[in-house]
Design a protein around this ligand. Structure first.
Ligand code: NAP
Length: 547
């Protein structure tokens, strides 16, 4: 092995978190390489090219905050920027800070083996090359392992078909086509609304409806952008104080307000941009069933007012969970799409999909003739991208076995038995449940601090201690169980009918729901106290003690 195949730090993934992690480590003169499986950078914004794909965080709260120059020069053109622009932004960041040379594209880490004697990870890439690294920082993104359903005859379908995450790079001609969309999560809701007017006929195969409310997107003028630039410090300060990492601020007092006052607030919030309807609402809606039910009834009425056919409207209103108790999709003219005579809702709970055929999908007595099938069927969220790498820790322990019933971690960064694996946006961190870039800046900065601590103290081995991990598990479960979302099926909790063992009723505690400020305070305290809960050692001290 040549020197060039060994790194101080190997980062896996060149998405939003991998880019920022690389920037921090390059600035500190670490010998670092990023391995990216796709042919270029951008992660989620490189892969999700489906029509309608855009932020649902306000664009200016999604951008990185680390560079004043970057903040001063970038003009977000829309309140909720679309995928092409978001990918341009990430490329701009990488080029501006000259980071591309540290990135290797088009090859995936297929396996990793921990060598305890040498305190090193041995990595095998699927292009046949190998690396060793003292530390590995997986920056895999919570939603990068796309899943397909498993229906009879799927391979028989002769038309074009793909998952939204694999929407082709080249343009897809939708004009006049008979299109089927399977899935009505945040992705399905975006793509359905975006293509309803373009296609010949659209069949939406819905199993469970999702709540959804208006995104209220708008253009950002030069003058508005100048104002945003002048307020960036204030904006990021506001995001830092809110649980979700947004500018919206929640309030208490649901029961102190009259029903008319609550309704007036909701009339206002329904027209406000982004997650205002959730994050600027009464905090009781997440905790109190009656409060949540009243809001859910209000949103249901809104849906009824927007959909012409009452039967379709009822099918679009969730009955199995309350508003905001799964990840809320935001929409632009989604409900109105069903008023379009070429758009049809197929309720596959009522009439399940029997099989795919060469020309379409059979449900009961009906055969739906299709030219194109779009799978908006979601992800093996948060842990799925880890499971796809064969990670072997201390004594050959497989990470996918260790996490079989759900991940266990110390503050979402370390997992016992897997030393020197420092996860950014990992399971049980706050990144799965809040405005992603705000959360990953916390995660990356903390991991960077840990790496600096190791370097300056000659530490070669970092591992979570059992008691600390158990304590974090208790905190994760407690924060989850106090919320009404504890009863919902969603990717937060690992629910996914397309992944074996992930829809059997066992909750996988995959995300931290204590809110961003609580998480940030906790990890800051740990760093300030010299990292209690983490066992540090060095190859040298191991050798010395065995002599
Ligand atoms: P998702 O929320 O998991 O939704 C998947 C959909 O596919 C659900 O409606 C699900 O139905 C359906 N489905 C899955 N397997 C099926 C099967 N075998 N047969 C029939 N239907 C099936 O996935 P997603 O929509 O891709 O969204 C995932 C997350 O990505 C979002 O929650 C969000 O965090 C992120 N996202 C963000 C944005 C943004 O605006 N920034 C946009 C899109 C996505 P069931 O509910 O019945 O399982």
């Amino acid at each position: 092995m040549t020197d060039s195949q060994h790194r101080d730090v190997l980062v896996i993934g060149a998405g939003v978190s991998g880019i920022y992690q690389l920037k921090r480590l390059v600035d500190l003169d670490f010998d670092v390489e990023v391995i990216e499986g796709e042919d270029d950078l951008g992660g989620t914004w490189y892969r999700n090219r489906y029509p309608g794909c855009r932020f649902d965080s306000e664009s200016y709260t999604y951008g990185y905050s680390f560079s004043q120059e970057l903040l001063d020069e970038w003009h977000w053109k829309e309140l909720f920027s679309g995928q092409p622009e978001n990918l341009r932004y990430l490329n701009h960041v990488v080029d501006r800070f000259d980071l591309r040379g540290h990135m290797t594209f088009g090859t995936r880490v297929s396996s990793m083996r921990w060598d305890d004697a040498a305190s090193l990870w041995h990595l095998t890439l699927d292009d046949g090359t190998e690396r060793t690294a003292r530390f590995v920082v997986p920056s895999l993104g919570p939603l990068s392992a796309a899943t397909l359903p498993n229906y009879d005859g799927m391979d028989d379908f002769a038309g074009q078909s793909f998952h939204t995450f694999r929407w082709p790079n080249e343009p897809v001609d939708l004009a006049g086509k008979r299109v089927g969309v399977i899935g009505t999560g945040a992705t399905g809701i975006q793509v359905i609304a975006a293509i309803a007017d373009q296609v010949g006929e659209l069949k939406v195969f819905q199993r469970r409806p999702n709540w959804s409310s208006p995104l209220n997107n708008a253009a950002i003028s030069k003058e508005q952008m100048a104002d945003i630039r002048a307020r960036y410090d204030e904006i990021f300060d506001n995001c830092a104080t809110s649980n979700g990492g947004f500018e919206h601020v929640a309030r208490w007092g649901f029961w102190d307000a009259t029903a008319d006052e609550r309704r007036a607030l909701w009339d206002h919030l329904y027209t406000q941009p982004g997650f205002a309807i959730l994050a600027a609402n009464f905090a009781e809606i997440f905790l109190d069933e009656e409060a949540n039910r009243e809001l859910s009834d209000y949103i249901a009425d809104r849906i009824r007012r927007r959909v012409d056919d009452p039967v379709t409207a009822e099918k679009l209103i969730p009955k199995d969970h309350g508003f905001g108790l799964q990840r809320l999709p935001l929409e632009t003219n989604y409900f109105e799409a069903y008023n379009n005579p070429n758009v049809h809702l197929v309720d596959v709970t009522e009439t399940p999909i029997d099989r795919f055929t060469e020309t379409g999908i059979q449900t009961g007595d009906t055969h739906h003739e299709l030219d194109l099938i779009i799978y908006a069927t979601g992800f093996d969220a948060i842990t799925g991208s880890y499971d796809r790498i064969d990670v072997r820790g201390v004594d050959g322990l497989a990470l996918r076995d260790a996490w079989k019933d759900g991940p266990t971690t110390y503050v979402g960064v370390l997992s016992r038995g897997f030393p020197n694996l420092l996860m950014v946006a990992g399971p049980q961190s706050v990144s799965g449940s809040t405005n992603f870039p705000r959360a990953i800046e916390t995660g990356v900065d903390w991991v960077t601090g840990l790496l600096e601590h190791a370097r300056s103290n000659g530490i070669t081995r970092i591992e979570a201690e059992p008691a600390a991990e158990a304590e974090w598990q208790t905190e994760v479960v407690r924060m989850h169980e106090r919320l009404l979302l504890r009863n919902s099926k969603g990717w937060f909790t690992g629910y996914n009918s397309n992944v074996a063992g992930h829809s059997n009723g066992v909750v996988r505690y995959q995300a931290y729901f204590g809110g961003a400020p609580r998480y940030r305070k906790r990890v800051a305290e740990i760093a300030e106290a010299g990292y209690p809960g983490i066992a540090f050692s060095s190859v040298l001290s191991v050798e010395t003690s065995s002599n």
